[in-house]
Design a protein around this ligand. Sequence first.
Ligand SMILES: Cc1ncc(COP(=O)(O)O)c(C=O)c1O
Length: 453
Amino acid sequence: MPFHAEGGTRRPGAAEAAEVGGDDAAHVTESVDLVEPQGGVEREAVNEEGNRSLAPLPIAHAEAVDRHSWHGDQFPTPWDLASQNRTRSTARLSPHTVITAGIPREFGAILAPRLRRALSSLVAVSPARIDLARLPTPLERAPRLRAAWGGPEIWVKRDDLTGFELSGNKVRKLEYHFGAAIAAGATTVVTCGAAQSNHCRATAAAAARVGLRCLLFLRTPDGLPPAALSGNHLLQRLAGAECRFITPAQYRDRDSLMAEARLRIGDAWVIPEGASDAIGALGYVDAAHELAAQIGEIAGPFTIWHPASSAGTTAGLIRGVAETSIDAEVVACSVGEPAAEVAARVEAILGGDLPPGVRWSVNDAHVGGGYGVVTADELAVQAAASRLTGMVFDPTYTGKALYGLVMEIAAGTFDGGDTVVFWHTGGGFAAFAHDWSAVLSAEHGEADRSTGQ
Ligand SMILES: Cc1ncc(COP(=O)(O)O)c(C=O)c1O
């Protein structure tokens, strides 16, 4: 598979991107709408009693879909799409019972010394872990994808099934962050992301489960609450999280905002954006070990293809693969950032301690319009994949990574002898905050109208 991490071109962001997208900061690019609300962050529309005034804002993400590039009444094939002009660059304290204080035995044995040092410099206490996720997640073959798209055999690692409210990759990282928070005696967890952040939703749900307060700094284009309670934001609110809405400009100072909140609250545990640090990455070290125990049927080397953004998932997988006998290349499919930036994040999380001998790369050839900006082509591939698997893909992360994989298949990167494990990192609730009507109406909507059913 001849592509490797190379610096890519930063795609322009869009105001909409900040609204649609989930979790990471780097997406708040210069082109994001930088409207400052009067009164700054303290002027958020939630009073002491938790009552919120919802301003009637338009749902911005509908505009992020490029409706002009696809009009067909059939989903385009990967080959159609590949022939179009595209920019390419390749560059377990169970909440109920069990408390595991200190470095769990299995990690005590496997953590590389420098990663351990990185961990101990980041946490005042040794990492603990609580059980939040339903593990192991299944590893499923998806034969209909191969039948439709050709190329490699495709397996799906179903981290979309780590739970319902706790579905997706974030919960594996949160098992360690909540373990550390509880071990440190925190009463509150504080974190940040976009209003539709999967990470913030999972944090809110985990906090509700273990009985901690949850304070979220949520980015919206104008620093006001979203017009609609939908998708992940609805679940954040249902779980009782305190939501402070901030502008993209304020979000750039998210670490200071969270540090101030911690000082004010006193016993708060701050979880960085996406829970992507050395603590959170341990969840994906575990995940690689989990995969190693499941790959009996996969013969020979394979590729682990997954969406990447704040890079905690990638960093953990790289470390985990190094610690197992898995013969795989870890390929991080960037959903917005240049490959070099994702790679730098991986290195920062691993404390510069990149395990020798692990094959890994970042592919930023398929970021399209940028983070959270979804084209009709991408949506069409995601919808086609749902029809071929029954699974749900979110437009910002898993759907974009799946689109990238389909493009690589079409480009001949993989042949029939290859195997790809597509790591489904969840995000399904964000699909409910998206307007799919343009891509779906051509098929079923019109047929239904014509038959009156
Ligand atoms: C559904 C989903 N998949 C993938 C990612 C990317 O993971 P990471 O931030 O660890 O790179 C995220 C991050 O927000 C996510 O929500």
